[in-house]
Unconditional design. Structure first.
Length: 94
């Protein structure tokens, strides 16, 4: 996974910010090429995380988007692998 914000990703951030997308959507769209879902679906998935989780002002949408990007690469769908989840959570805290 390339977490560097190259010029292309910066342009995508500017484009989606200018369109009025929320911070989670903007973050996800910068890395959309690395997701296995299309851009429209990704925008829908990230929509409720704007304004600090549904506009409650709690968890930052950009942080939620970064979590989605990170999870896309390193997350697990194995419910019985608690040791893996602990490693993943520790990496997210960094």
């Amino acid at each position: 996974m390339n977490c560097n914000l190259d010029e292309r990703k910066k342009a995508i951030i500017d484009e989606y910010s200018d369109r009025g997308s929320n911070c989670c959507q903007v973050t996800c769209m910068a890395f959309a090429d690395e997701f296995s879902v299309d851009r429209e679906e990704l925008m829908r998935m990230a929509a409720p995380f704007g304004g600090g989780m549904g506009y409650f002002g709690l968890t930052c949408g950009a942080l939620a988007g970064a979590g989605m990007v990170f999870s896309n690469h390193f997350g697990s769908n194995f419910l019985d692998r608690s040791e893996y989840k602990l490693q993943f959570y520790a990496a997210v805290k960094e």
